[in-house]
Design a protein around this ligand. Structure first.
Ligand SMILES: [Zn+2]
Length: 377
């Protein structure tokens, strides 16, 4: 069997009375409502009770509309309180600072990335729930915050006084299957949020997937042939470059993927340890069940680099072409250039034999038109 890692799996619980965060079943009495598009954001961008376009009907193409404040999903009370008090409050704080044209400390950039993970996964779960098709997600929000490589491309326009928000990039097969990326506009702020296994590792100087293979005994599982680089942040983030906008990114990996000495040495050595926010400790088996994240990477200072100091302030730029269209085009270009190659195209047998073309859900056509960004909510 070739070297590599298997992707982690999470409980698979059907039924829509499950908490959107933790996936545990919640009875009516202890159920609360989680608004994937939070009330503070609805209030900051207009009348919170306004009717918004949720999506286009996949068959007729007609707008599916409903009051924004009713776009909510079941959550258990402990989760809703935990996320409301910490993540939601922190995100509000970070986004208000950005909208006011202020710099953001590195520590607060992590809040922003966490919140974008939450919104992206929440919308993905929400859209799939709305479609009433059989849908048994492999993970919920809890299992996806800060776990995969992630990037936010942020543009702030200090002169834009308009209000409103828009979402885009969700009516395509890549989002439907993997929630790999979305576009979000909040007043004068434009953000592309993307996350996928191994998405930025090669640019972060971390071991990266050279080829991803599906396992013949379970086509839902995949493994990657890993290759290492020189552990330095690269400057060639061309595919991510939206000129003028600021990129913040973080690479991460799952310790349980270090199932042999070679992959362990690839990830955990004197070069990489200083880059992790916390030095991983492995004393018992359960310690392998953790994700290890690098420091924040950004181009805020003019070139790409790690930001180990959580108090360092980063300034965010304005994209030269600061239009919804330009951001949507960049999102789809990233899907095609950076996300699709990270999906398995070949199958590997237990004896290591590789076999040709694999037809996967994600290979269905990607719709390059018809995004929802021209219809501000
Ligand atoms: Zn919960």
């Amino acid at each position: 069997m070739p070297q590599g890692f298997k992707r982690g799996s999470a409980p698979n619980e059907p039924g829509w009375t499950n908490c959107i965060f933790c996936g545990k079943p919640v009875g009516k009495a202890e159920r609360s409502r989680e608004r994937v598009i939070p009330m503070w954001m609805l209030r900051a961008t207009g009348d919170p009770n306004r009717v918004i376009k949720i999506e286009s009907d996949p068959i007729t193409g007609a707008d599916v509309v409903r009051p924004a404040s009713t776009f909510h999903f079941p959550a258990c009370k402990p989760c809703n309180e935990k996320y409301g008090k910490t993540l939601e409050a922190r995100a509000k704080n970070a986004i208000e600072s950005l909208m006011a044209g202020k710099s953001l400390a590195v520590a607060r950039c992590y809040w922003l990335l966490d919140w974008l993970d939450k919104v992206r996964v929440g919308l993905w779960l929400g859209y799939n729930m709305l479609h009433k098709e059989e849908f048994a997600p492999k993970f919920r929000i809890d299992q996806r915050i800060g776990i995969k490589d992630r990037v936010a491309i942020v543009s702030v326009d200090p002169d834009d006084r308009t209000t409103g928000f828009a979402l885009g990039g969700m009516d395509n097969q890549i989002f439907r299957t993997s929630q790999a990326g979305m576009y979000l506009k909040i007043n004068n702020l434009r953000i592309l949020s993307l996350s996928f296994d191994g998405f930025v590792s090669r640019y972060a100087g971390m071991p990266f997937p050279k080829e991803v293979l599906a396992l013949s005994e379970n086509l839902e599982a995949s493994m990657a042939m890993m290759e290492k680089t020189d552990y330095r942040v690269k400057q060639d983030w061309k595919a991510f470059d939206v000129p003028g906008a600021t990129i913040i990114a973080q690479s991460s990996f799952w310790l349980a993927n270090c199932s042999d000495d070679e992959t362990f040495d690839m990830y955990i050595n004197e070069t990489t340890i200083p880059r992790f926010r916390r030095i991983p400790r492995i004393r018992k088996r359960a310690d392998l069940e953790q994700f290890v994240r690098t420091h924040l990477i950004s181009n805020a200072t003019g070139s790409f680099g790690y930001h180990p100091n959580p108090r360092q302030k980063l300034r965010f730029g304005r994209a030269k072409d600061n239009t919804d269209w330009h951001f949507m085009r960049s999102l789809y270009a990233l899907f095609i250039r950076e996300v699709l190659p990270l999906n398995p195209k070949r199958v590997v047998d237990p004896d290591g034999t590789r076999r040709g073309a694999l037809v996967r859900l994600i290979s269905q056509p990607v719709h390059l038109v018809g995004h929802s960004s021209e219809a501000p909510f």
